[in-house]
Design a protein around this ligand. Structure first.
Ligand SMILES: Nc1ncnc2c1ncn2[C@@H]1O[C@H](COP(=O)(O)OP(=O)(O)OP(=O)(O)O)[C@@H](O)[C@H]1O
Ligand code: SF4
Ligand SMILES: [Mg+2]
Length: 317
């Protein structure tokens, strides 16, 4: 069953240099109990999609439109107050990029985890703290961690704390923005295992944002590949990882190191284009080895290449 359906989402920012089209007509859905990974290079608009769904936007927004339907409710039509009361944190929550480094240094973490219960639910402190300790346990931390300060925790423990913060109100969908990128590989693997277990135990859905395709394929049921503000390919993890169709996805896979093979890492030449003046036609054309004249002029549509597998490239039209 579809839990979240995003259609033609756009988020543009106003800057002194011009309008940044960070999310430019993006459509996808997330099903119940499913992890959808959102993958792409730095600056392609992944975080912007996350904050659009949460409607936690910066002040310099120029355009914010499209449709975001969650459990049959059009979120775009809700007031901020309604969104807060019904959806935000309760149904959809987010672990922000770098959140573990943004914990309040002078407040014991138990109170930081409990805060939404006190603020939004009006729960008393003692009760909220008990629930926070239960949630800390759910993410594999001892209850007494509630009384520690952030500097008394390792990176992996801090990351578990911010995951607990996102889970405290029992949401159905959690947006995880690069939840392991600041951690060493062993800690990263532990957090990935935790995320898998939580998903299984609570039938959670995830939008898992990462620049790392290998990591995405480990957790995700489906993978959406983003390039310069647009989705260019979406399919099951297996389809994307084993038979990528878009030249950009193929390059991304080529750039993944493997333990078994000693192949030379593929380098993706060129840079992510400016989102102020994106290239016309297919946005990938300046870096694409297959680009032809049509690619430079006309934007390719998203086409289905096999069940569940869609790609935006003239080679498949
Ligand atoms: N508040 C803002 N004002 C202006 N431009 C912004 C703002 N936030 C993000 N951008 C720009 O929008 C584009 C998309 O940014 P976003 O943070 O969504 O990318 P990302 O894919 O999450 O990148 P990363 O992998 O580095 O986290 C980038 O060009 C970024 O510089
Ligand atoms: S549409 Fe053209 S430029 Fe874009 S990825 Fe396909 S072949 Fe390359
Ligand atoms: Mg980001």
């Amino acid at each position: 069953m579809v839990l979240l359906k995003v259609t033609d989402l756009r988020l543009y920012y106003r800057t002194t240099r011009g309008i940044v089209r960070a999310v430019d007509g993006v459509s996808f859905d997330v099903r119940e109990g499913e992890a959808l990974a959102l993958v792409g290079e730095s600056g392609c608009g992944k975080t912007s999609i996350g904050i659009s769904i949460m409607r936690l936007l910066p002040r310099n927004v120029h355009t914010y439109d499209g449709s975001i339907v969650f459990e049959g409710i059009e979120l775009m039509k809700l007031s901020d107050e309604e969104l807060n009361r019904k959806i935000r944190w309760r149904k959809i929550s987010m672990v922000f990029q770098g959140a573990m480094n943004a914990l309040n240094p002078v407040l014991q973490v138990g109170y930081q985890v409990a805060e939404p219960l006190i603020v939004h639910e009006g729960m008393n402190k003692k009760e909220a703290l008990k629930k926070a300790m239960d949630t800390l346990e759910r993410v594999g931390l001892p209850r007494e961690v509630a009384f520690r300060y952030p500097h008394e925790l390792s990176g992996g423990m801090k990351q578990r704390v911010v995951i607990a913060m996102a889970l405290i109100m029992n949401p159905k969908l959690v947006i995880l923005d690069e939840p392991t990128s600041a951690l060493d590989v062993v800690t990263q693997a532990n957090i990935m295992n935790l995320l898998k277990r939580l998903k299984r135990q609570h039938n959670l859905s995830y939008i898992f944002i990462t620049h790392d395709l290998a990591l995405a394929s480990e957790l995700a049921d489906r993978i959406a590949v983003m390039y310069a503000g647009k989705l260019v390919e979406i399919g099951t993890a297996e389809q994307i990882y084993l038979s990528p169709k878009h030249p950009y996805t193929q390059k991304l896979i080529g750039a993944v190191p493997t333990l078994r093979e000693t192949k030379k890492l593929e380098f993706i030449p060129g840079e992510v284009p400016s989102l102020i003046n994106p290239p016309p036609g297919c946005r990938f054309h300046p870096r694409c080895p297959y680009a032809n004249d049509r690619c430079k002029r006309e934007e390719p549509p998203m086409v289905e290449v096999e069940p569940e597998h869609y790609v935006r490239c003239w080679l498949y039209v």
